[in-house]
Design a binder for this molecule. Structure first.
Ligand code: NDP
Length: 323
C-alpha cells in the first residue's frame, strides 16, 4: 500500500514514517528541503527506507505542490504545520498570518485539494491538536471532562493571543468544511503536548520544552502537564487510517499530571531539569481537569506511562548531547 506523509522530517512525522515502513507501506514523504541532510538523513537511514521511502519537495503555500506526491496513494497523513510558540509573542499581525495561520490553513486546504483530484485516496488523517479542542470558553475545573465534542473558539484564541491555538483551530475547522463539501473521508488526531525520543537530529519545540518544563508556551508557570508519547501518537495515526470504522476526531492525551509530579520524575532522571527553587514546592495538587480517553481507546490506542515517556526522552537527549 502506498501512503503519503507531509512534513516528514518533523518530530511526529519521523516516527510515523518509521512505523509505516515497519508495517510494509511504501511511503511518499514530503520535505521542504530535500537537499538538507539534517532534514532527511534520519529518514533515509530508517529500516526499509532504501526500498520503500520516496522523498518529494513540497511547500504548504504552493498551490498544486502536493499533486505529484498524493497521486497513487491510498492514505494521506497531513502532519506539516508550523509549531511556533515563543517566536511570535509580540502581536505582529502580519507575522502571525504569514508564519502561522497561512501555512496551517491554506496549507491544509492545499493538501486536501490535491487529495480530491485522486480517487485512489481512501482516507486522510490530519494531525490536529488539543489546541483546537480545549479553548471553548469552559473553565477547566476538576469536574470537567474534555472530549471530542469540544471545539476551540477562534475569537477566544484571538482574544487570548493564543496564536498557535488559533492556527490549529482555523486549520481543523477549514479542513472539516472542505472534507464535507468534497466527500473526503477524514479523521483527525488531536494530541496535547507530545513527548518522547526524537529521531531527528535537531530539537523540536515540544521536546525542547522538557528542558524548561516549569514554563508553559508563553513562559507562564503551569499547573498541569498534559502529554502523550510520540510513539503512541504515530501509532494512533496509523490506526486512524487502518481501522475502517475510525471517524471524526480523536483526543490523545496520556495523562493530566500535576506539574510537580512530572518535575519529580525529571529530577530523578536528571537533576538539572528540576531546579531546587521549583522542586522544593512539591505540594501535591489534584489534576484540574480530565481529558477523555474513551474514543482513542476504542480505536485501539494505548498510552505509555509518563515515567517511561520522560525516561526515554531524557535518555535520548543525553545520547544526542543536549543534556
Ligand atoms: P515539528 O516542528 O517537528 O514538525 C513540523 C513539520 O511541519 C516540519 O516537517 C516542518 O518542515 C513542517 N512545516 C512547517 N511549516 C511548513 C511550511 N510552511 N511548508 C512545509 N512544511 C512546513 O513539529 P511536530 O512534529 O511536533 O508537529 C507536527 C504536527 O503535530 C503539527 O501539525 C503540530 O501542530 C501537531 N502537534 C504537535 C504537538 C507537539 O506537542 N509536538 C501537539 C499537538 C499537535 P521543516 O522540517 O522543513 O521545518
Amino acid at each position: 500500500k502506498v501512503v503519503c506523509v507531509t512534513g516528514a522530517s518533523g518530530f511526529i512525522a519521523s516516527w510515523l514514517v518509521k512505523l509505516l515502513l515497519q508495517r510494509g507501506y511504501v511511503v511518499k514523504a514530503t520535505v521542504r528541503d530535500p537537499n538538507n541532510p539534517k532534514k532527511t538523513e534520519h529518514l533515509l537511514s530508517l529500516e526499509g527506507a532504501e526500498e520503500r521511502l520516496h522523498l518529494f519537495k513540497a511547500d504548504l503555500l504552493e498551490e498544486g505542490s502536493f499533486d505529484l506526491v498524493v497521486d497513487g496513494c491510498e492514505g494521506v497523513f497531513h502532519t506539516a504545520s508550523p509549531v511556533l510558540f515563543s517566536s511570535i509573542s509580540d502581536p505582529q499581525v502580519h507575522r502571525i498570518s504569514a508564519e502561522l495561520i497561512d501555512p496551517a490553513v491554506k496549507g491544509t486546504l492545499n493538501v486536501l485539494k490535491s487529495c480530491v483530484k485522486f480517487p485512489t485516496i481512501k482516507r486522510v488523517v490530519l494531525t490536529s491538536s488539543m489546541a483546537a479542542v480545549v479553548l471553548n470558553g469552559t473553565p477547566l475545573t476538576s469536574n470537567v471532562v474534555v472530549d471530542e465534542t469540544w471545539f476551540s473558539d477562534p475569537l477566544l484564541c484571538q482574544e487570548l493571543k493564543e496564536w498557535y491555538f488559533l492556527s490549529k483551530t482555523l486549520a481543523e475547522e477549514a479542513a472539516w468544511k472542505f472534507a464535507k463539501e468534497n466527500g473526503i473521508d477524514m479523521v483527525t488526531i488531536n494530541p496535547a503536548y507530545v513527548m518522547g525520543p526524537p529521531l531527528q537530529p535537531t530539537l523540536n519545540l515540544s521536546v525542547e520544552m522538557v528542558l524548561d518544563l516549569k514554563k508553559d508556551i508563553n513562559g507562564v508557570a503551569i499547573a498541569n502537564y498534559t502529554s502523550t508519547d510520540v510513539r503512541d501518537v504515530a501509532s494512533a495515526h496509523i490506526q486512524a487510517f487502518e481501522v475502517p470504522s475510525a471517524s471524526g476526531r480523536y483526543c490523545l492525551v496520556a495523562n493530566v499530571t500535576p506539574i510537580h509530579e512530572a518535575l519529580k520524575i525529571l529530577k530523578e532522571l536528571h537533576p538539572s531539569l528540576c531546579p531546587p527553587e521549583i522542586c522544593e514546592h512539591d505540594t501535591p495538587s489534584a489534576p484540574e481537569f480530565q481529558i477523555s480517553q474513551e474514543k482513542a481507546k476504542s480505536l485501539g490506542v494505548s498510552f505509555l506511562p509518563l515515567e517511561v515517556s520522560l525516561r526515554d526522552t531524557v535518555e535520548c537527549l543525553k545520547e544526542k548531547g543536549f543534556l
